[in-house]
Design a protein around this ligand. Sequence first.
Ligand code: 5GP
Ligand code: ZN
Length: 114
Amino acid sequence: MTDCLFCAIAAGDIPADVIHRDDDVLAFRDISPQAPVHVLVIPRAHHANAADLAAADPALAGRLLAVAGAIADQEGVAESGYRLVTNTGSGAGQSVDHVHFHLLGGRGLSWPPG
Ligand code: 5GP
Ligand code: ZN
């Protein structure tokens, strides 16, 4: 078994509330939601962060964004507005070293985020 939490979720070894799954991309609800809609969108393949993913497989990076957009539609936040965030490095709050986009919506989101 992998020691990467999100690889384990992608493999089905650790349960998650999965709302989208295809050959390359998985989306599931965050275990500690910060907004009424808080979904994590990840590639099934392991890449540490968004820059590494984009360097290794730019098409897959684009697919993640497309899936995020489709989920925003599905979750009913495309019109009200939503935020896609990817933390990179522990100083920015990255706690899982498998690239993930947070899709946040369903409430007002302040900017700058603080
Ligand atoms: P980061 O801090 O790396 O940007 O985001 C990691 C996110 O993963 C956090 O928002 C955290 O709540 C979420 N998370 C951590 N462990 C689990 C888990 O086992 N299942 C799910 N669904 N989310 C998790
Ligand atoms: Zn991984």
